[in-house]
Design a protein around this ligand. Structure first.
Ligand code: MN
Length: 707
């Protein structure tokens, strides 16, 4: 059997002799069929099916699968038919080869239509017999390992397809080692330079810390031995792609990502996992909130382990995975471990059950929808657990990172919609913009033409697109609004000197701008608005250059106040300590970089500053017809009864006010104190709301909250 020598005897040694003979036969058959064909690398074509069968043999797959692997390209690339294969090797093998050939015909296009349809076919093939997909994955792995010989354009397409389709499938099937190898390979071809730079950085970082890591592993081993727990402890290699992804997604630098060291502890049984966890928490301090029990609650792909993060020597964070040998096999080989370790009955039946259920659910979805897009979107939820899929009102599907809000959605639809969004409806109900979107939500964004992005959004948006646009908008807006405010402040200061802005000539402006660091008149005005330049100082300089006609009249007229309309945007801020509303007496102060901050004149926070630095404070007054609503806070003490919050809230709505936020004091037995932040037009409106609330019998105490 000359062919068997080509089939590495050791690699296939786990098979029964009859299977080995079949394999030898299949090898000769395939070699003859592919005779004269070569791969792009120049190797004889047979080297490829042989390598694929070898990979599958490493997973200990059955004889049929290996025979099919040797024959997987003959229908596609030679004149051999499915019938011939069935006659020679039996129907199951012929069906496997046919399944793989059908998948081979799929060219994953960048066009979404084609991709959805292809993906559907692929998963359905897998649902019928998971061995088809295992052959396909082994085929892809060998192609990725030898991708360097392929022309660059094709190389990129195959690498992208691997990243987007095959790696996630490997992950879903729990083939962890395969999943990482596919990702690493694909990444190295998609971004060769980034791959090289990061790989080098990872290697040298590892070298630098070899000593402290060695000591840490030693300490862990000693601690476990001392506790009488038999364990094997090893360090974990960091993958280049997962490092890259973490940097990208969490906006971290290389050192922030890489300063975390990974370590794995494998013990005999489940109780030992928890004992080991206890021992390690006694050795090094655990990071709160990082402990995860995937033993009690296993992942969808049957993964089980305890995860914890410890603070090691020199503050080195150590991510520890603790698991049993059986869990480890599943973690590495997933669904393939069924063939690899047939003896390990209990956990594998669970895994098989899970996989079977998942595949079955694919068939169900298929029979329900028939639409390949919809199918794809359902399946993606499983394959890409880090994303959520939501619908636009027209039924278009958008994918967003998990944790995304309606604002992320709005920006994903269009920048203008993001910039102008004021509210969102999810599945027909109004929700706060910051609320987290969930799979399948139908999201509708309500926009207003005058609306602007809110700086507070930056605290909860997840997508880079939303973040970038909000930042950009705020920057330009702040500049424009600050300049407008600066102009008004300067006008006020000039009035105090007996002149007006209009009276200042161009030449004086130019000279004053040149005296400062500002690059233009607009920028100087913005600096004044932002409190970086004092209006009185700039006004004097302007006058000096203009040889002001009204210099001697500077004490004659009292300066007019700055009028607050509420539409100044970020240049004017209403202090949140006292939340002034129209009707309140107000004062303003310039805060460097913040612009004008307006307080209620009786605000307790500013008493000392007004006494000690009176020059800081500027006269301000409300515009008689402000163009928006303002936030005021009230404190309500109510009898602590069921439904009381609803009553208060509906009374507030009845009085024409919106509730911006509610917080509760402690939950004492008889009374509860609630803090409401409300939108009101002015003091009169607030008084109306408060009168309405006082009429409620449950309301025991009510006051405007200021602190
Ligand atoms: Mn192939």
């Amino acid at each position: 059997m000359a062919a068997v020598s080509a089939l590495d005897a050791q690699r296939f040694g786990y098979l029964k002799p009859a299977d080995v003979a079949r394999l030898a036969e299949a090898f000769r058959f395939s070699e003859a069929a592919h005779a004269g064909q070569t791969r792009q690398s120049g190797d004889p074509f047979i080297s490829h099916p042989l390598a694929v069968a070898g990979i599958l043999a490493d997973w200990h797959l059955d004889g049929q699968t290996l025979v099919a692997a040797l024959l997987h390209d003959v229908i596609e690339d030679t004149s051999v038919t499915q019938t011939e294969i069935a006659e020679t090797f039996g129907k199951p093998v012929a069906e496997l080869v046919d399944g793989v050939s059908k998948l081979d015909k799929i060219e994953f296009q960048s066009a979404e239509d084609a991709q959805a349809e292809n993906f559907r076919k692929m998963l359905l093939a897998m649902a019928r017999d998971v061995r088809v997909i295992l052959i396909k994955l082994a085929d892809r792995l060998h192609n990725m390992r030898t991708l360097g010989a392929v022309p660059p354009a094709k190389r990129r397409r195959i690498a992208r397809e691997t990243m987007e389709i095959y790696a996630p499938i490997a992950n879903r099937l729990g083939l962890n080692a395969l999943y990482h190898e596919l990702q690493e390979c694909a990444f190295s071809h998609l971004h060769p330079l980034r791959y090289r730079v990061l790989a080098k950085a990872i290697k040298s970082a590892r070298g630098n810390r070899r000593e402290v890591i060695g000591r840490t592993l030693q300490a862990i081993r000693a601690k476990l031995a001392e506790a009488g727990i038999a364990a094997s402890v090893s360090g974990r290699e960091k993958h280049v792609y997962s490092t890259y992804k973490k940097m990208l997604e969490k906006h971290l630098s290389f050192s922030e990502v890489h300063d975390i060291y990974g370590c794995r502890v494998i013990v005999r049984d489940v109780p030992a996992c928890y004992l080991a966890l206890g021992a390690l928490h006694a050795l090094y301090k655990p990071v709160p909130g990082k402990f995860k029990d995937y033993i009690a609650i296993r992942k969808a792909n049957a993964y089980q382990s305890l995860h914890t993060t410890l603070i090691g020597p020199l503050g080195l964070p150590i991510e520890v995975q603790i698991r049993t040998e059986a869990m480890h096999r599943i973690a590495e080989s997933g669904v393939a471990s069924h063939w690899m370790y047939k003896d390990d009955a209990e956990s594998l039946t669970e895994l098989q059950k899970k996989t079977h259920q998942w595949l079955q659910s694919l068939l169900d979805i298929q029979s329900q929808t028939g639409d390949s897009h919809e199918f794809l979107e359902h399946v993606k939820v499983d394959l890409f657990p880090d994303e959520v899929y939501v619908f636009t009102p027209r039924g278009k599907i958008m994918s967003l990172p998990r944790g995304s809000s309606a604002v992320d959605f709005a920006y994903a639809v269009h920048t203008d919609i993001g910039d102008r969004c004021v509210a969102a409806k999810v599945n027909g109900e109004l929700v706060p913009l910051r609320g987290e979107l969930r799979n399948g939500d139908r999201v509708e964004i309500i926009t207003a033409s005058h609306a602007k992005p809110n700086p507070a959004w930056l605290q909860f948006v997840r997508t880079g697109k939303a973040r970038a646009h909000i930042r950009h908008f705020l920057k330009t807006m702040q500049y424009e609004e600050s300049a407008a405010l600066g102009e008004r402040l300067l006008e006020q200061a000039l009035k105090g000197l007996g002149t007006t802005l209009a009276a200042i000539d161009e030449a004086s402006w130019e000279r004053v701008v040149r005296d400062t660091v500002a690059r233009s008149r607009q920028e100087l005005l913005a600096d004044v608005g932002l409190g970086k330049q004092l209006p009185a100082v700039i006004a004097r300089r302007l006058l000096r250059y203009a040889e002001a006609p009204g210099e001697e009249a500077k004490t004659a007229s009292k300066s007019g106040s700055i009028v607050i309309r509420g539409t100044e945007g970020v240049a004017v801020q209403l202090a949140t300590c006292c939340r002034p509303i129209p009707g309140d007496a107000i004062v303003g102060s310039m805060k460097k970089g913040l612009g004008l901050v307006v307080h209620a004149a009786d605000c307790r926070q500013i008493v000392r500053s007004r006494r000690n630095e009176p020059g800081q404070w500027i006269d301000v007054e409300w515009d008689p017809n402000p163009a928006r609503m303002f936030l005021a806070a009230i404190k309500v003490t109510v009898a602590n009864q069921r439904g009381v919050l609803a009553k208060v809230a509906s009374e507030i709505a009845e009085a024409g006010s919106n509730i911006d936020s509610i917080s509760m004091d402690d939950d004492r037995a008889l009374y509860a104190t609630m803090l409401f932040v409300l939108e009101v037009a002015n003091r009169r409106h607030l008084a109306r709301v408060m009168r309405a609330l006082r009429r409620l019998p449950d309301v025991k105490k009510l006051a405007r909250a200021r602190e």
